[in-house]
Design a binder for this molecule. Structure first.
Ligand SMILES: CC(C)(COP(=O)(O)OP(=O)(O)OC[C@H]1O[C@@H](n2cnc3c(N)ncnc32)[C@H](O)[C@@H]1OP(=O)(O)O)[C@@H](O)C(=O)NCCC(=O)NCCS
Length: 174
């Protein structure tokens, strides 16, 4: 299994994660967003030519007024650069085997690289309510609680992981 950037000839129509909107994004938009518009990059987990999972990232800014108080105290007043994890999904056939965790780790490494090369204060994800606990396992904390939530149309929860936590977790243990 390798994780690498999406290529134009990767097999996308076969992908099914259980969430139609995510499948549709991967099948219809991930390619054109990356190859034609340069809006972001989708990284795919591929095994024997089959795409088993993907993570789409794009640079973002967050308004620091929206961040938790601890982060606000440390950061300047202007919007700060972050890496946005726009989408993450694993094919049903490969769920619960650690692939989501591997894709997320890959994204955190990208953020650490971005921090060194162009600046990045953390990773931000708009988590589906059902995935909030997944991100919380890796230290992501909710921020800027969205208003107007209802059970009929659950809204995504904005979650944030500061770069200091990412760097601390990637340091080799002595
Ligand atoms: C959410 C998703 C990406 C997780 O990927 P996965 O490969 O199934 O998860 P993993 O096997 O890597 O799980 C890693 C750990 O997180 C836990 N976990 C997985 N999904 C979880 C969830 N929805 N909530 C809480 N914990 C979760 C696993 O139990 C595992 O715990 P462990 O380390 O103690 O064994 C995947 O199930 C998926 O694509 N779901 C549908 C689409 C979706 O909701 N995407 C998120 C959009 S924001």
């Amino acid at each position: 299994m390798e994780i690498r950037a999406l290529r134009p000839n990767d097999d996308r129509p076969a992908f099914r994660c259980g969430d139609e909107a995510l499948d549709r994004f991967f099948q219809r938009y991930a390619g054109q967003n990356q190859f034609r518009h340069y809006l972001g990059v989708t990284y795919v987990a591929v095994d024997s030519g089959r795409v088993l999972g993907f993570a789409t990232v794009a640079p973002r800014h967050v308004d620091i007024e929206d961040l938790p108080e601890r982060a606000r105290k440390r950061l300047p007043r202007y919007p700060v650069p972050v890496l946005g994890l726009a989408r993450l999904a694993v094919d049903r056939s490969a769920q619960s085997m650690g692939l989501g965790r591997q894709l997320l780790r890959f994204v955190l490494k990208l953020a650490a690289k971005m921090a060194e090369e162009v600046g990045c204060a953390g990773v931000v994800v708009d988590a589906k309510p059902a995935a909030v606990d997944f991100y919380a396992r890796y230290g992501f904390a909710p921020f800027d609680a969205l208003e107007g939530q209802s059970d009929a149309r659950p809204q995504p929860v904005a979650m944030w992981l500061p770069i200091q936590a990412i760097k601390a977790a990637s340091k080799p243990a002595h």
